[in-house]
Design a protein around this ligand. Structure first.
Ligand SMILES: NC(=O)c1ccc[n+]([C@@H]2O[C@H](COP(=O)([O-])OP(=O)(O)OC[C@H]3O[C@@H](n4cnc5c(N)ncnc54)[C@H](O)[C@@H]3O)[C@@H](O)[C@H]2O)c1
Length: 320
């Protein structure tokens, strides 16, 4: 099997994808710069199960360093790239849009330029459900309008999709952009709602509920996201966009109640107004991924939350 380059390999999704690729017999080069969005210690821990594996090499590098990136691709004869490295997070992107433009857009264009120069033909790019903006047209389908993102983060993901499409056309590259719908599971980023809520409920700290609890998200369990990513790697043809979600939308208040049940603890809820940049609803139409990639998400929210809480308790020696 050829060698796959995974950017953002020390992150939440990147560490899971890398692990699965190694299990399937791929050789993997993982790149990450341990960006300070959250702690390096957590990211090093994400790598703990894979760092010693014989088919894995980790390189600490910034995707914006073109020369380094090019050298890594050439010396490892890279034929395909899974590009997950990014500044994630909607709300912080409103505070520092320039940084998001630099990491997400400049970083992605660097990768596309390197592909062009080195003759690398295959790319899977991590896009986001946030490109749909705050729309009432549900479920979200890949064909609907995405011209109105409501945060700089979403705008960078939309811009990256456009660059991917343009490079695919001009240079005959096979690129799939995957719009992930709120991924969760072990190693989820610590600032994301499920991880933060569990941490706060367990430690009897208030949780912040923005809006009246009716905002809803399509939560996708990490193993389903990983299966979708690897399926798309094996089915790259021209330029495509796919939604990867569970195709069910869970209101925030229901999410909190489910966590209370699993953790046997009441949440202390601090009600706050909705934040700018947030959307009311996400809900994926996954029929395209089902048909073309045989994507078939199988972990429902109750099971997924139970798995997450089990992992959290083990990681943090919690006896609840
Ligand atoms: N987690 C989700 O629910 C979700 C939803 C939609 C889209 N996405 C996208 O999926 C991808 C992975 O998300 P995640 O939740 O695993 O985030 P994450 O922050 O855990 O992982 C991203 C990784 O990229 C690395 N990185 C950041 N800037 C870099 C740079 N300049 N050079 C090299 N590495 C860099 C970070 O250090 C981090 O380890 C991101 O592109 C994100 O935008 C995630």
């Amino acid at each position: 099997m050829n060698t796959v380059l995974v950017t953002g390999a020390a992150g939440f999704i990147g560490s899971h994808v890398t692990e699965k690729l190694l299990d399937k017999g791929y050789k993997v080069i993982g790149i990450d710069n341990f960006d300070i969005f959250y702690s390096r210690q957590i990211k090093e821990r994400n790598l703990i199960n894979i760092i010693q594996r014989p088919n894995f090499q980790f390189i600490e590098s910034d995707i914006r360093n073109r020369e380094n990136f090019r050298t890594i691709c050439i010396s490892n004869k890279i034929e395909s790239i899974i590009h997950l490295a990014a500044r994630a997070g909607v709300r912080p992107s409103i505070v520092d849009p320039t940084l998001y433009i630099s990491v997400n857009i400049d970083g992605t264009v660097n990768i596309l330029e390197t592909m062009k120069e080195c003759g690398i033909k295959k790319l899977v790019f991590a896009s986001s459900s946030s490109v749909y903006g705050d729309t009432n047209t549900v479920p979200y389908s890949e064909t609907q309008n995405t011209d109105y993102p409501v945060s700089p983060y979403a705008a960078t993901k939309k811009a990256c999709e456009l660059f991917c499409s343009q490079y695919s056309t001009l240079y005959n590259l096979n690129i799939s952009c995957l719009r992930f719908f709120t991924a969760y599971g072990p190693r989820q980023r610590p600032e994301m709602a499920i991880h933060k809520f569990v941490r706060h409920i367990v430690n009897e700290l208030p949780i912040e509920m923005y809006g009246d609890g009716t905002t809803a998200r399509d939560y996708t369990y990490i193993s389903d996201i990983v299966d979708g990513i690897i399926a798309s790697l094996n089915y790259l043809s021209g330029f495509e966009i796919y939604n990867l979600g569970e195709s069910s939308s869970i209101p925030l208040i229901k999410l909190i109640r489910l966590l209370e049940e699993i953790l046997h603890k009441k949440a202390i809820v601090n009600n706050l107004p909705m934040q700018s940049g947030d959307v009311h609803f996400t809900f994926a139409d996954i029929s395209k991924a089902k048909t073309k990639l045989h994507y078939n998400p199988s972990i429902g929210i109750e099971t997924g939350l139970q798995y997450f809480c089990d992992w959290y308790k083990k990681e943090n020696n919690v006896q609840v």
